[in-house]
Design a protein around this ligand. Structure first.
Ligand code: FMN
Length: 168
């Protein structure tokens, strides 16, 4: 890695086809959702799904405290939403950045507009340096729009991953 050019590492890791979704979190009075691309199923029994979350993110603290999270898959026709959720979300009533939510079984926010969603209880966390890989067990799920084309990073001009730059 030391001899590899950051530029090459960026281009190669950005080439991994990944999803793009809103990860919801909730602890105490705080609710949040963040644009997330590092999402993958990791086991079938139990059904486990993992997400990579920056240790500096509000979401990281809320998942640590609340011990749960949600994954809200979104329509590929509405990728502008992901721009808004690239910084801590504003909650007004039961909305985050103006998008309607409700509390799932775990207490995590579930978006009414999600085309598919999972509600997960934190199962294990793996320290990965800059990020924590949070693994959740699915305790509830819904598929409000089975015909929707689900958004992925490739539907946008946004990128995430590669080597650490300034900020997070
Ligand atoms: C396309 C895209 C994908 C992203 N994927 C992730 C991700 O998988 N994990 C992560 O920690 N941050 C990811 N981010 C960055 C977060 O959305 C951003 O840092 C956010 O402000 C952190 O959320 P929070 O502080 O509100 O919890 C991504 C950003 C973009 C634009």
């Amino acid at each position: 890695m030391a001899d590899l050019e950051a530029e090459l590492v960026n281009k190669v890791t950005w080439s991994i086809p990944t999803a793009l979704a809103l990860v919801g979190s909730h602890a105490g009075d705080e609710w949040n959702a963040m644009t997330t691309s590092w999402i993958t199923q990791v086991a079938m029994e139990p059904v486990l799904v993992g997400i990579g979350v920056d240790k500096k993110a509000v979401t990281h603290r809320l998942i640590n405290e609340g011990r749960c999270f949600s994954i809200n898959l979104w329509s590929a026709e509405d990728t502008r939403t992901f721009v808004k959720f690239s910084k801590p979300a504003v909650k007004e009533g039961m909305t985050l950045n103006g998008r309607a939510i409700r509390a799932g079984v775990t207490g995590s926010p579930i978006f009414e507009e999600a085309v598919a969603w999972m509600d997960l209880q934190l199962w294990k966390e793996v320290d990965c340096g800059t990020h924590t890989f949070f693994i959740g067990e699915i305790v509830d799920a819904g598929l409000p729009d089975p015909d929707a084309v689900v958004a992925s990073v490739r539907d946008t001009r946004m990128k995430y991953g590669g080597v650490r730059r300034g900020g997070h």
